[in-house]
Ligand binder design. Sequence first.
Ligand code: SAT
Ligand code: MN
Length: 591
Amino acid sequence: MPATPPAPAGAGSTLQALTDWVAEVAALTRPDAIHWCDGSDAENAALVARMEADGTLVRLNEQTHPHSWLHRSHPDDVARVEHLTLVCTPQREDAGPNNHWLAPAEAHAKIDALFDGCMRGRTMYVIPYCMGPIDSPLSRCGVEITDSPYVVANMRIMTRMGAPALARIEREGRFVKGLHSIGELDPERRFIMHFPEELTIKSYGSGYGGNALLGKKCHALRIASYQARREGWLAEHMLILGLETPRGETHYIAAAFPSACGKTNLAMLIPPEGYREAGWKIWTIGDDICWMRPGADGRLYAINPEAGFFGVAPGTSRKSNPNALATIQSHTIFTNVGVTADNQPWWEGIDNGQQPVVDWRGQPYDPAVRPAAHPNSRFTVSARRCPSYSDQAEAPQGVPISAIVFGGRRATLVPLVFEARDWTHGVLVGAAMGSETTAAATGQVGVLRRDPMAMKPFCGYNFADYFAHWLSFDQPGAQLPKVFHVNWFRKGADGKFLWPGFGDNLRVLEWMIRRVQGTAGAVETPIGALPRPGEIDLEGVALTPEAQEALFGFDREGWCREFGSLAEYLAEYGPRIPEALRAEQQRIAAQ
Ligand code: SAT
Ligand code: MN
C-alpha cells in the first residue's frame, strides 16, 4: 500500500490556500464576479430568481409541485461522457486498463487552455461542501468552483454545502479541489479530468450531473476510491438500506448494481402484502454511493456521502417506487422531462393518467419525433423528503453493514440469489459482475459487459489494485459482512422476466438476513450457497416449475463457460491481478 498522504496543514493556512487557489482560478478564467456560497435560503432564492429570469429554470405547477423547477439542458449534454473522462496519474499503469489516461502535465495544459478566459461575463461561484454528515469522521470535504448557477442549486441539494462545510475545511486542513465550467457546452471541447494525487478535479464543457456536480461521481467515487485505498476504507457505487424485522431489529445492507438495474427502487422498497402487515420495513440511507470503514468492533460502518437523490425519472411511478414519487412532490429540480398542459412534470412510465404536451426539448410533444422525457432525465431532491429516509442516515458513526449485495442484469445462467463462501470468494463475485447488453444498445444481444462492483466508470485507479484493496480487509478480528449476488432479471424462454421484482425482492433480503443470523438453510454449490427449496417464502408469487428451476438451480455447464470468460477478463489486467483472486477463480473453475 502506498504511503499515507502528508499531514494536513494548520487551520489558518488552509483558508489561505483556498483563497490563493480561488485567486489563481479567477486569474485564469476571468469571471466578472466571485461569489462565495454560504448555503443560505436567501442565497438560493436569489439564484433561483436569476435562473427563472434567464430561462435556466422554468417554474412548474405551484399547486401540484410546490417549489419545483424544470431545467432543459443543451440537447448534446444529457449524460456522462466516459470516453472524455480521464484519470491522470503520473504512471499510466496506476490508472489501469479500466480508465482513460493522460499524463498530468499534458492533461493540465490541455484543459487549462480551455479554461483560459472562459468565465468572462459570468459569475464564478465558490462552493465549499461536505460529503457525508457534517460531524462524521467518515466524511470528506471539497470545494467546487463553477460558473453554473444550476450546478450550485443542485450541489445545495446533493451535498452539505456552505458555511458549515467551510468551517470544517478550516478545521481539518484539507479538501478536494474541483474546477468546473460549462464552457461553450460543445461536445468537442469537453473533458472530465481527475488528478488523484493532487486531490484535484477539472471538468469543462458539460453541465450534466455526473460531469458537473463534482461532489458526486468525480469526488465521492473516483477521487475517494483513491483516497480510500491509501487510508484503509472503501468508496463504493452502492445503495444502503436498513431492513427492519417484525421484532424491531434493523439490519443494514449495501448493494452495488450497474446503471439502470434499480438501485433507487431497492433502496426505497415497500414490502409486499403480508410482510407489511407483519411489521417489515425498509429504511433508506442512500441510493447511489456508500463509504465504509472498519469500526473498533471489526465491522464495516457505512455512511451515504450524499444528501440528496439524483434519480432517473422515466419508469418512476406509484407502482414501481411510491416512496420516490412522494419524495419528488415538492422542492425538486427536474432536468429534461416533459410537461403536461397544466405544467406538471411528465415522463414515460409515470402512469398517472396524464399526457405530455411539451417534450424535453421544449417542442410540442410528438411520439413519432422523440419521447417526452429524455431517457436519462433526472430529478434532484433532498433525501430528507423521502418518507422512508432512515433516522440513522445522519449518524456520524455510520451504520454497521451485515450484507453486501452485488447484482447484474443477466437473462440466463445466474440464479436469483447465491451467497459467497467467504470474503475472498465474495471479492471474486464482485469482480465478476456484469450485465448483458440489449440489441437496442449494441446490435448484439446477450453480450456481457463486465462491470466489477458496478465501478467500471468510477474507480479512480487500476482495478487490479482495487481488488487487492478489497481483499486486504480480511484480517484477524474483522467481522466482515456476508457477500451475496442477486439477479432480478432472469428471463424465461418467452423472453419475460421470471421474478416479479420490486417489493417482492424483500423475500430475498429476508433470506440473506436469516443467513447472516445462521438460521436459513442453503445448498452448497461450486458458485456458493443457494437457498434450500422452501427457504425463500414464495407465498403469493406464481412461479412455474421451470421458473423455479431457473431461479434456484445451478447449471454446471453454463458456469464452466462463464468461468472461462471470467479468466479471460481477469487476464486483461496482467500480472497485477492479486494471486489470491486468481487462485480463487481457478479453485472454483476446477470444481
Ligand atoms: O453520473 S450520474 O451520477 O450523473 C448518473 C449515473 O449514475 O450514471
Ligand atoms: Mn450511479
